[in-house]
Design a protein around this ligand. Structure first.
Ligand SMILES: Cc1cc2nc3c(=O)[nH]c(=O)nc-3n(C[C@H](O)[C@H](O)[C@H](O)COP(=O)(O)OP(=O)(O)OC[C@H]3O[C@@H](n4cnc5c(N)ncnc54)[C@H](O)[C@@H]3O)c2cc1C
Length: 379
């Protein structure tokens, strides 16, 4: 058993760390305050092979696998989760293409994303159904050689900036709920699409989130992704991989909370002594660090299993579940260690506290993860 990262992965992690410090740190606070999406950072990251890095070199990626991508997610999220998401989720949706696309589709859509020229999105959630994945209503009706799409998607990461999206839609309403869905690739500039950026998010404010409405949108039937009637199952497989990237965000954010807290605990004095000398502070730091260590091992293992050809979906769900819990715990403790200053935007922990919560909400709420894990344990 070997817990060491390979030399190649260590170098990748170092590179991502330097990139985050040099390019993200100077603008993080401003982007958070003004909800500014950062295309320029995405393009620079792509030049260094950090966008869609998990995609194989055949399709323009760096071929560093899911573990490599998790390390990138960790390092960029350690500085700012919103800007980090603009890098790591620039290829959101590509997972479905990678696993289910035809050779022609992969060659057409994946390389421009890896080069930073295009952004993809995964359009699944609807205003009236999120967790209930089989409750989506968006329809794609076959009309000659086209699909005609009607419906609304919401909370879509990259929604207002993406060039194309993987759309979850009903193509076969005559089938039972789960078998009625397919996935279709939809160019974002198709006539009939209206995109509205959602403002006022609590955290990850540099990330773009939008509602997308489809009114008689026509795409060629050749844009079907994978098999008709298999969309629900393809989406479940998609989450098995993307949840690990999200868990990597949790590792990065938890680390950032611990780093800032240790620094502050050494500097800040009360009753004539550094606050780090109080057992109450040490308990917080110990609980944060111990949880982080357990999380890191869980997340790296889930990623490593995918790269080893033995993906374990329940471990991916556990990594995401424990990641959200750990990040929220660490962010809360970090604010407490900073006292009143933790509540002011002059200190990063205030942003980390707001950013952390999304890790328990998107890519499956923590309650959804509990269902996945709980069912598996009893199967
Ligand atoms: C910033 C942001 C970015 C996002 N990015 C994307 C994206 O790129 N693409 C995309 O498609 N979606 C995206 N989402 C949507 C996100 O995945 C959903 O918000 C999430 O899945 C929850 O769905 P919902 O909001 O409809 O909540 P609901 O499903 O309505 O859930 C409300 C509450 O009920 C609970 N609940 C629901 N069903 C059950 C059950 N059976 N058992 C127990 N509890 C249950 C939930 O856990 C939650 O606590 C994003 C959301 C946000 C906020």
């Amino acid at each position: 058993m070997n817990f060491e990262l390979s030399e190649e992965l260590r170098m990748l992690k170092d590179m991502a760390c330097k990139f985050a410090q040099n390019e993200i740190a100077p603008i993080a606070r401003d982007c958070d305050e003004h909800e500014r999406y950062t295309p320029e950072i995405r393009i620079k990251a792509a030049e260094q092979g950090l966008v869609g890095a998990w995609i194989s070199e055949d399709y323009g990626g760096a071929g560093v696998g899911v573990l490599g991508n998790t390390l990138i997610s960790e390092e960029v999220s350690r500085v700012d989760m919103g800007i980090g998401l603009n890098i790591c989720a620039a290829s959101f949706g590509c997972e479905a293409l990678y696993y289910y696309g035809t050779e022609e589709q992969k060659q057409a859509y994946l390389p421009p994303v890896c080069r930073g020229e295009q952004v993809s999105a995964g359009a699944f959630t609807e205003p009236n159904a999120g967790t209930d994945v089989a409750g989506y209503k968006t329809r794609a009706v076959r009309d000659g050689d086209d699909f005609v799409i009607n419906g609304t998607k919401t909370f879509i990461t990259n929604g207002s900036v993406c060039h194309w999206m993987v759309l979850q839609c009903i193509t076969n309403p005559e089938e039972k709920r789960h078998q009625s869905f397919s996935q279709v690739i939809v160019p974002a500039d198709s006539p009939g699409i209206t995109r509205n950026k959602i403002r006022g998010k609590m955290g990850i404010r540099a990330s773009d989130t939008a509602e997308i409405a489809f009114e008689d949108v026509r795409v060629p039937a050749a844009n079907l992704l994978g098999s008709e009637k298999r969309g629900f199952y393809q989406l479940m497989h998609f989450f098995d991989v993307t949840r690990i990237m999200v868990a990597g965000q949790a590792v990065g954010l938890s680390r950032a909370c611990i780093d800032e807290s240790i620094k502050y605990a050494k500097e800040r004095t009360a009753f004539g002594t550094p606050i780090g000398s109080f057992q109450a502070t040490m308990t917080k730091l110990t609980d944060m660090a111990t949880r982080l260590e357990a999380l890191r091992n869980l997340v790296y293992k889930a990623a490593w299993l995918v790269d080893s050809g033995k993906p374990d979906y329940h471990l991916a769900a556990m990594a995401k579940y424990f990641g959200g819990e750990t990040a929220v715990f660490c962010a809360n403790a970090a604010v407490e260690i900073h006292g009143g200053y933790g509540y002011i935007d002059e200190y990063n922990v205030q942003r980390f506290y707001r950013d952390a919560k999304i890790l328990e909400l998107y890519e499956g709420t923590k309650e959804a993860e509990i269902m996945t894990i709980g069912r598996y344990l009893q199967s």
